[in-house]
Design a protein around this ligand. Structure first.
Ligand code: PEP
Ligand code: MN
Length: 345
């Protein structure tokens, strides 16, 4: 249930509603927008007499939230959430994800060695990328494939962060690693295969770093939003939704990148939406067109695989851009971003 306040209602009226809601034994979540203030009720709504709220001063209307996701829904929180990523070095500017700037995360599929991370990080920063991506814990289909460098990989990412200055996004797969990964990462990635690992989501809901949830291989958008709800219901509201392609019968592409996810998620939720065209298509030559299309569709960010020598990549070389191609793409993305009233800064 939400209580929508009248335009011009004051703080005292909002406080009085919150107090009444809490008196019913529920929590009140106040969302102050430019247009109007909305108070969301969290808890057992059968305990609430909605008529008594409706009659209180300043109230416009009391409405049920019909969607199964509440905190993630636009009804509950009409203004878009802008996630702040603080600068990693003194003097750098921080990042905002979900505002007018389109945020570009780029880097290798997996952290392969120290040199690669330091030199690629410097290159990517130089051509305008905002975060460095790279998996230290890799979810691989085969147990015999490279599983990632683990803590050693996290250390290389951290060294890059200190020396080069790009904030880091990296994946966590295990509840036991959340605390450690949170120490190294600026944004924690939940991979497609773990989107419905509810225990992992709950632990991430209690950590203090933004969490990027990748859509499961065969998950609906409603399921993605319910996974966001798991994280948010534990207190962490800095959740980023990521479309990375779903499995269909089509075989020319690795997955089918569902770009309609962008406007749907933007309509249903206030959370920032990021698109991963690399895993979505699986072939480097299809990445640039879909990256541009994603920005045109309203994505708040992109996550792109870039490798210094894709032919030698330990994982996902076929879908990785060379540094040169990435640089060219950044120029094109800037133009698309401007055409839709955004920018790449
Ligand atoms: C990745 O980002 O490298 C990755 C494993 O992605 P996904 O979980 O979307 O397959
Ligand atoms: Mn990958």
């Amino acid at each position: 249930m939400i209580v929508v306040m009248k335009k011009g209602s004051d703080e005292a009226q909002v406080q009085a509603i919150s107090d009444r809601v809490e008196g019913f034994g529920l929590k009140a979540h106040v969302s102050r927008g430019e247009e109007r203030t909305v108070i969301g009720l969290i808890g057992d709504e059968t305990l609430v007499q909605s008529a008594s709220l409706e009659m209180m001063p300043g109230v416009d209307k009391v409405m049920p939230v019909l969607k199964p996701y509440k905190r993630a829904s636009k009804e509950f929180h009409p203004e878009n959430t802008v996630i702040k990523i603080p600068p990693v070095r003194h003097g750098d500017k921080g990042l905002s994800l979900g505002g007018p700037g389109v945020v570009v995360m780029a880097g290798p599929c997996a952290v392969e060695n120290r040199d690669m991370i330091l030199s690629l990080g410097a290159f990517l920063k130089g051509v305008g990328a905002h975060l460095l991506r790279g998996g230290a814990f890799k979810p691989r289909t085969s147990p015999y494939s490279f599983q990632g460098l683990g803590v050693e990989g996290l250390r290389y990412l951290a060294e890059q962060r200190a020396v080069v200055g790009l904030p880091v996004i990296t994946e966590v797969m295990d509840t036991r690693d959340v605390e450690m990964v949170a120490e190294f990462a600026d944004v924690i990635q939940v991979g497609a295969r773990n989107m419905q690992n509810f225990n992992l989501l709950k632990v991430l809901g209690r950590c203090h770093k933004p969490v990027m949830l990748k859509r499961g291989l065969s998950s609906t958008l409603e399921e993605l939003l319910m996974s966001a709800e798991y994280v948010m219901s534990e207190g962490n509201t800095d959740v980023i939704l990521c479309e990375r392609g779903i499995r269909t019968f089509e075989r020319f592409t690795r997955n089918t990148l569902d770009l309609s996810a962008v406007p749907v998620l933007k309509r249903e939720s206030h959370l920032p939406v990021v698109v991963d065209p690399s895993h979505g298509v699986g072939h480097w030559d299809l990445v640039a067109p879909m990256a541009k299309a994603a920005v045109a569709a309203g994505a708040d960010g992109l996550i792109l695989e870039v490798h210094p020598d894709p032919s030698q990549a330990i994982s996902d070389g076929a879908q990785s851009l060379t540094p040169k191609r990435f640089k060219a793409l950044m120029g094109e993305l800037e133009l698309v971003a401007r055409a839709v009233g955004r920018n790449l800064h």
